[in-house]
Design a protein around this ligand. Sequence first.
Ligand code: HEC
Length: 119
Amino acid sequence: MSAAHAISQTVNDDSKTMNTLNPVRIRLRAVLLALCLPPVAAAAEPAPADQHQTYCVPCHQSALPNAPDALYTRPQRLVRSYAQIAPEVRKWATAAGLRWSDAEVANMAAYLNAQYYRY
Ligand code: HEC
């Protein structure tokens, strides 16, 4: 093997390595992923806070005009454990004519627990 051949071999090997592990490409892919993922996730599952405000609060407000959220914290409340939240959410979502996925119900249950129940 001539010296020139050996050098060109080395350059070729380096360029192969650069192709697969090019940090600019890796960063570009990360940026593209970051740009793509959140809107897709948001489209699949709307924010529970927004859904609550839109579909649930108006009716709770007509039941308890001064403090609709007290529905969740009143002493005689229906929900007594974390496990009871989702079935109650399902019941009311269905009553409101919404066809929520299990994920939407679970997200709402987690939201109501974080905001009000705290089980
Ligand atoms: C048609 C009116 C109406 C709509 C729409 C409605 N609710 Fe309610 N909700 C009520 C009333 C009235 C109660 C109290 C029932 C009782 O005490 O027997 C209640 C109770 C609840 C409870 C139980 C509170 C407790 O006592 O612990 C949960 C949880 C709940 N609603 C969630 C929701 C969610 C989530 C939505 C939106 C998807 C929603 N509700 C939509 C009227 C409504």
